[in-house]
Design a protein around this ligand. Structure first.
Ligand code: DP6
Length: 324
């Protein structure tokens, strides 16, 4: 009745932006990501007799708010499936600095899905864990595998064909991902709210959907060929297109700060000087820079010298879920 799992977070190369089913977390488009080696969640789940409700302890704090409710709602799906009405104690250690702008929901729900299903002896394979993790947070479906991963959107109504698949192991291709933290004051709109508003109100959303398939084909090919420049060009274009689509929403969903713009211009100028370096941005102001390991050190140092850059954290492709 007790199990512990570890999952790393991931960064999307081709973005998931928009759901076709909010309850089952079914996406409008497929997405591709890299699982990272630095930021992770370790979660222990123990189903116990005599508990009146779930207890969620995150980084040693007892959570009694919406975070606890999200975890409980997720466990309800597993309780329904197994027929148990036991409650659980969930102890999570989250090593995803929120300031670094990585969504902790990806590693959080991947670790929770793996630990909870194992603690109830569900004996799920990775595909089924991906389907389960997806129902906590869409991007969590991809953190089940290491390296380069695709979450195929699927077409079925029940979501049984909407899960992640590994494209290339972390051992086969090493690239560098620098997480650039910029100064920011404003509170972000959550991805969940931002994508809903974009689908409902942005006239550009149909343009996003009509080109994302082509981006997916090009990124799969670039990963297969380990062609960094081809990968970087499509990845940067895809991220900028997602943000342009959000800007068309009413009211606009704007995640960028002045520091975001400073880093974008700087990376583009480095590229003009002949260095293969690209960027991507999620639902926040921070920029993730992609470069080759041979250029990692000088780019890291030069980014730190920009006035609006507060911190740079270097990551590489990492492994999928493990049980401890
Ligand atoms: C911009 O997976 O956090 O990072 O499914 O509502 O929990 P929910 O959203 P979430 O959205 C991630 C959005 C993104 C792009 C991506 O990771 O693909």
């Amino acid at each position: 009745m007790k199990a512990t799992a570890k999952a790393n977070t991931n960064i999307a190369l081709i973005k998931y932006w928009g759901k076709r089913d909010e309850n089952l977390f079914l996406p409008m488009n497929s997405s591709i990501s890299i699982t990272l080696d630095k930021f992770y969640t370790i979660t222990t789940v123990e189903f116990k007799e005599k508990l009146d409700s779930d207890i969620f302890i995150l980084n040693k704090n007892i959570e009694s708010n919406s975070e606890r409710d999200k975890v409980s709602r997720f466990l309800d799906r597993i309780r329904k499936r197994t027929g148990t009405n036991l409650h659980a104690e969930i102890i999570s250690e989250n090593k995803v600095p929120t300031a670094a702008g990585f969504a902790s929901s990806a590693s959080g729900f991947a670790a929770l899905a793996a630990a909870a299903s194992k603690s109830l002896n569900l004996d799920l394979d990775k595909k089924d864990i991906s389907i389960l993790a997806r129902q906590g947070s869409g991007s969590a479906s991809r953190s089940i595998y290491g390296g380069f991963v695709e979450w195929q959107k699927g077409i079925q109504k029940d979501g049984q064909d909407s899960f992640a698949k590994p494209l290339l192991s972390e051992k086969d291709w090493n690239i560098s991902i620098l997480s650039v933290v910029v100064a920011s004051k404003e509170k972000n709109v959550s991805s969940r709210e931002g994508m809903k508003r974009t689908i409902e109100t942005s006239p550009f959303y149909s343009g996003w959907l009509s080109t994302v398939e082509k981006d997916l084909v090009m990124v799969r090919e670039a990963i297969n060929a380990q062609d960094f420049e081809r990968l970087g060009e499509v990845v940067e274009g895809n991220a900028l297109k997602m943000h342009a689509t959000m800007l068309g929403a009413e009211p606009p969903v704007l995640y960028w700060q002045s520091g975001t713009m400073e880093v974008i211009h700087y990376i583009q100028s480095l590229r003009l000087s002949g260095i293969p370096v690209y960027l991507t941005i999620d639902a926040g102001p921070n920029v993730k820079v992609l470069c080759l390991p041979t250029d990692e050190k000088r780019i890291y140092e030069s980014l730190l010298s920009l006035p609006s850059v507060k911190e740079v954290i270097t990551c590489h492709p990492g492994e999928g879920i493990t049980y401890l």
